[in-house]
Every structure is written in C-alpha cells, then in structure tokens.
Design a protein around this ligand. Structure first.
Ligand code: FCB
Length: 451
C-alpha cells in the first residue's frame, strides 16, 4: 500500500489559517467591522461569548508565526485576507494600512522561502455589505470582484496562486440557513441565493485574477456521502444530500450547471436568482486547482419527519475528535477517487486545503504537548491521499488545519486544531509533538524527492 512518503515529487506541504480566527486587532489601523464582530457580540451566539477581538494576536505576532512556519519547513502557507481591513465599508475607500499588513506578511513569507496562498474570503464579510443584504444580494459579488482587484494589484506580483472563497457551502448553511455562524440568518432553503452569489463572486474574481496571469483555486468543504443502507429510500436521501453539500458547489464550477435539486422542490434557477450568462462566468475557462477541505464522511438515511429530504445518521465504531467528529481517513481516499470518477478530465489538480482535528491538548508540567491523537489523524489522512494518488487522482499538496490553535467560530477557543499550542491569556506559542512530526515528515519527503 502506498503511504505518505510515496507522495509525488513537487508535492507541496503547507498549513492553513483564516483572518478572523487568528488576527485579532479588529479595530486597529482602520479595519472596518465584519459580520463576525457583530455576530459574536450577540448574547448567546458563541460559546462563553468569546470573540476574535484578540484571537492569536497574529496581526502583531506574524513575524513569530512565520518563524514557526519556517521551522516546519513549509512549502506554502494558506491564510485569508480580511476584506474589512482592505475596504472597511465593503466598497468605496481602500485602507492603505490594511493592505500594508498583507504586504508585510507576504514579504516575510517569501523571505522564509514559503509561497503565500491567500484566500480572499473566509467568512468575515464587511458588516456594511451585510446591511445591504450580504450574500443574498447579487451586488455583493460585484463588490467582491472590486476588492479582488485592489488586493491582486498590490500583492499579485509576488503571489502566483489565489483561492477565491472558503467553503461556500458551510457559509451558506451555517451563516444563512441555520444561523449558527455569522451573519446568523435562519432562512433554511431560502438561503440558496447565498450559494449562487458566492459562486458568481468566485467567477468574477477569477476573471480579475486570470487577467493578471494568476492561478485560481476555490476551497470547498466536501464529504463522501454514504447511504445508511441500500434501501431505495436511504439511497435517494444520500443522493439528495450529496447534491446539496457537494454537487451544488462543484457541478457549476466543473460542469457549468447546477445539480438536480428537485428533492428540495427547487428548480435549476435556484429560486430565480440565476441569470443568463452566470453559469458561463462561474465555470469560466476552468479552475487551475480545486481546494478540498475534508474532515469526515457523512452517513445519510431517509427522513423520518417532514421537511428536508434527508436525515443524518451516526457513524459508529470509529475514534472521535474533541469536536465529536468521526475519524475516517479512508473517507478522504473515497472522496478524492469519487471526484475523479464523477468529473473525469474536468477535475483540475486537487490541493487538500484543510484537514486536521481538534484535541483537548494540554501542556504537561515539562512544557510539552503530546498530541499523539493528531499525529495518528494526520498520518492516516496523508496515507489516504497517497492511496488516492496511486489510484490516479492528481493531488498536488496538503495544507493542514491548522498552524495554530485559534478561534473556532461559534465554539470560541474550546477546539484546539493547531500544530502549535496557543495560550490565549499570554499568547505564548508552544509547538506540539505533531509539529515535530510534521517537520520530520516534510524533511524526509523533501530528501526522498530532491527538488
Ligand atoms: C472549516 C473552516 C475552518 C475551521 C475548520 C475546523 O470548516 O473552513 O475555518 O473552522 O473548519
């Protein structure tokens, strides 16, 4: 069986973070408020009322954090740019101090030999745009394209590849359908325009980046969907869930049309928001890479009550993370080979843009963090990637979630995903055992495949 050391020459090793989860400094140097500042301030919205006001204080400590990345020997670093730092009101005036921060970060990365891989939107929409409808409003897509121009003009000379959006599925469902994340709307299926407008934003921004000769990726949260049984009702429910979670975001990008959502009573124009020409824009000339964020598979059964056409079924008999997510490394192989089977030559090269686990990590009296659970998780998933590659999937890199313990959205600081432990009182960084393990793996792989 191929394993992680068999990953191909040139395979890129990285780590991921996101602006609101690590930066802090929410009202410094002209940053405008984001939907997350407003949502997290609502009583009861997040665990313990915790916010990203300080988070990992990365805005001030980025130098130390890049040094940690250099210590790992990373090839690439995926971070996100906070739109409200660059254009505090969403459109209108550009904030030079906000752009200057990312300029410094990019230079620091390049000096450390690390290729920056920025994501342009990881959920922190300027609040001013939310007040005009947020992603329910088509206009937000055009504002995103303008913001992309601003950032690409400033950083594009040093940044070869860009990720437009992070997980439009999770943002739509948690932010607009269920109200668990910012902006906290509970629209259920009426949230679907937020999917289309995010994809439209991707298409418009992709054109801006391509004009400048840059590569374009998008990072989708994808899950292999397993039917709870082979009964026709469970199989149909699994197909319905797959259409919503996976196909809604990959079919238009790779095939140029939306999937069949008739199980939801929704037509292919998603309630009328799809206009002529939109799908051509979304698919464009094709992606340079598909970013895949994978955490676990999903098991689906037929619904037992009226409402949605599926019900989630438990996955038993496997280890679980601190978040209670099931650990199924082979689900990543299944996902990747399934994408290849579904899209064939229309599937661009894949990069794993997120994968990792939360562990209740503690610093022991001798000052170390022994996160053996995380090491096993990462090793298992990387072996699964190597197996998918052996089965013919073109996977170019792996960016683990996350470099640092950070602000895990509605869960506050309760879920630690980092290779580096962060004490949120003192901001002290302590590399965990998984940090040393990842460094050794990267070194060994580089040595095997001399670049
Ligand atoms: C993903 C998000 C990322 C992080 C991980 C655990 O859905 O993109 O910001 O919260 O989950």
């Amino acid at each position: 069986m191929p394993n992680r050391l068999d990953l191909p020459a040139g395979f890129r090793w990285g780590a991921s973070t996101a602006s609101y989860q690590i930066e802090g400094a929410v009202d410094e140097d002209g940053r405008g408020p984001s939907v997350w500042d407003v949502f997290a301030a609502r009583p009861g919205a997040t665990k313990g009322g915790q916010t990203g006001r300080i988070a990992c204080d990365h805005y001030h400590r980025y130098g130390e954090d890049v040094a940690l990345m250099r210590g790992l020997g990373l090839d690439g670093y995926r971070f996100s740019i906070a739109w409200p730092r660059v254009r505090p009101a969403g459109d209108g005036a550009v904030n030079p101090a906000g752009l200057a921060f990312y300029d410094r970060l990019v230079d620091e990365l390049l000096a450390a030999g690390i290729t920056p891989l920025p994501t342009l939107f990881h959920w922190d929409l300027p609040q001013a745009l939310e007040e005009r409808g947020g992603w329910l409003d088509r206009d937000t897509a055009y504002r995103f394209a303008e913001y992309t121009e601003t950032v690409a003009d400033r950083l594009g000379d040093r940044v070869p590849a860009w990720i437009t959006l992070n997980e439009p599925f999770v943002h739509m469902v948690y932010g607009y359908a269920l109200g668990i994340h910012a902006p906290g709307r509970t629209l259920m299926l009426d949230a679907l325009p937020a999917a289309h407008h995010q994809l439209l934003a991707h298409g418009l921004a992709a054109a801006v980046l391509r004009e400048r000769g840059r590569e374009v990726l998008i990072a989708n949260n994808l899950t292999p969907v397993r039917a709870a049984s082979q009964s026709p009702a469970d199989v149909a429910a699994a197909a319905a869930y797959d259409a919503l979670h996976n196909r809604l975001f990959t079919d238009p990008l790779l095939l140029g049309h939306y999937p069949d959502l008739s199980a939801y009573g929704v037509a292919e124009d998603l309630g009328g928001c799809v206009r002529d020409g939109d799908l051509e824009l979304i698919a464009g000339p094709g992606l340079d890479g598909l970013g895949v964020n994978y955490y676990n598979p999903t098991r689906i059964a037929a619904p037992t009550e009226p409402g949605l056409p599926f019900a989630e079924a438990p996955i038993d008999g496997v280890p679980r993370t601190a978040f209670d997510w099931p650990v199924v490394p082979d689900g990543l192989r299944e996902l990747l080979t399934g994408l290849k089977a579904r899209y064939g030559d229309a599937l661009p090269p894949v990069t794993i843009t997120e994968n990792g686990c939360s562990v209740a990590d503690e610093i022991t009296p001798d000052g170390t963090v022994d996160d053996r659970f995380r090491i096993d998780y990462l090793a298992g998933h990387l072996d699964a990637v190597a197996q998918a590659v052996a089965e013919g999937v073109d996977v170019r890199g792996y960016f683990t979630w996350s470099l640092l313990d950070n602000y895990e959205w509605a869960e506050g600081f309760s879920q630690r995903f980092g290779l580096v432990h962060v004490d949120f009182e003192t901001q002290r960084r302590t590399p965990k055992a998984s940090y040393a393990w990842y460094r050794e793996l990267i070194t060994a792989h580089h040595a095997l495949h001399v670049r």
